[in-house]
Design a protein around this ligand. Structure first.
Ligand code: CUA
Length: 347
């Protein structure tokens, strides 16, 4: 092959890698994406993002320097016919020292900020208002308890803006991982071990949470919402959550309640405070009507989606426990309408 023939595949490879990197960065850093880490909305996520950029640029500089040296060497020291064997550098002391020290310096440039951020993220701040939240992972949904407020809810974690949320993580079955890309994470949720992390949301908003450790077939469908409220909204939410469930006000909702407590056997797994439903297995549904999503963040909380979910939980989240009890065809469309009306009324 002549020189130009050899250059072509190299140029093509560089072009391909370049386009690929550009594509990843361009789409990955779009802040509008709900799970983009590039729009940090709290101090923990910001520290993690800054660290990411620090390491990214350090790695980019190393990449460029190494590639330039490599390409230069490739062409400048190319073997030409009649060339003698090049000078051998084995045992060259200055070179040996050089390529031992240079990586050590680069590693230090990356390691010092990394350990410092790790320390800050894992050390609970002493100052400021603190709110304690217990996050308990289940296959595949989330339980949120607020011990100081006496609140128990599921799949939506409310915290007031500007307040440090100290989150105690645990798991009821396998290892999960707690992650709210725009607020911070990830930390493993391990059965029998209580990991603790802290988060803070700067501004009110709804942030996506996602389990970040493969925990079975429903892993990708194990989502939640972190809702950062104004102080007033948080107090309102707290007051609402403390209330027992209201009584149904429509005929459909009343019929739905009867199925929920009776034929449906829903009450065996779910709790609706203020009623006979005291099941400890599934999510607490006392105020499910006030939530944004259902089935651990996979669908908007609408009447139709509730009916769809109850009609076929296995089809929507394969492998989940509810699907073993509620099989497709168990309820008539009237019954589904009633159940969805009842749950929707639990504001
Ligand atoms: Cu829980 Cu993945």
């Amino acid at each position: 092959m002549n020189g130009r023939g050899r250059l072509l595949p190299i140029a093509a490879a560089i072009g391909f890698v370049g386009i690929f990197l550009f594509w990843i960065l361009y789409y990955g850093r779009t802040p509008e994406t709900p799970q983009s880490i590039f729009e940090a909305a709290g101090p923990v996520a910001r520290m993690q993002l800054n660290l990411f950029w620090w390491i990214f640029w350090a790695a980019t500089i190393v990449f460029i320097v190494v590639e330039l040296a490599f390409v230069y060497a490739l062409f400048h020291f190319r073997r030409r016919s009649g060339d003698p064997l090049p000078a051998q550098t084995h045992g060259n002391m200055p070179l040996e020292i050089g390529w031992t020290i240079a990586p050590a310096i680069i590693l230090a440039i990356i390691a010092v900020p990394t350990v410092s951020v790790l320390w800050k993220v894992l050390t609970l701040p002493n100052e400021g208002v603190r709110l304690e939240v217990e996050a308990v992972a289940h296959q595949w949904w989330w339980e949120f308890n607020y011990p100081s407020l006496g609140i128990k809810t599921a799949n939506e974690m409310h915290i007031p803006a500007g307040t440090v949320a100290v989150i105690k993580l645990e798991s009821k079955d396998v290892i999960h991982s707690f992650w709210i890309p725009k607020l911070g994470g990830k930390l493993d949720m391990i059965p029998g071990q209580h990991n603790v992390m802290w988060l803070q949301g700067d501004e009110p908003g709804v942030y996506y949470g996602q389990c970040a450790e493969f925990c079975g077939e429903g892993h990708a469908l194990m989502r939640f919402r972190a809702i950062v409220d104004t102080k007033e909204d948080f107090d309102k939410w707290t007051a609402l959550q403390k209330q027992p469930a209201g009584a149904p006000t429509t005929g459909a909702a009343a019929a739905g309640r009867d199925i929920f407590m009776g034929k449906g056997a829903c009450a065996g797994c779910h709790t609706v405070r203020g009623t006979d439903a005291r099941g400890p297995v599934g999510p607490d549904l006392t105020h499910i009507g006030s939530r944004l999503t259902i089935a651990a963040g996979i669908m908007d909380n609408t009447h139709d989606n509730l009916a769809k979910w109850i009609a076929d939980p296995e089809g929507l989240k394969p492998g989940n426990l509810m699907g073993t009890v509620i099989t497709k065809g168990k309820f008539s469309s009237d019954e589904l309408n009633g159940l969805a009306s009842y749950l929707g009324s639990l504001k």
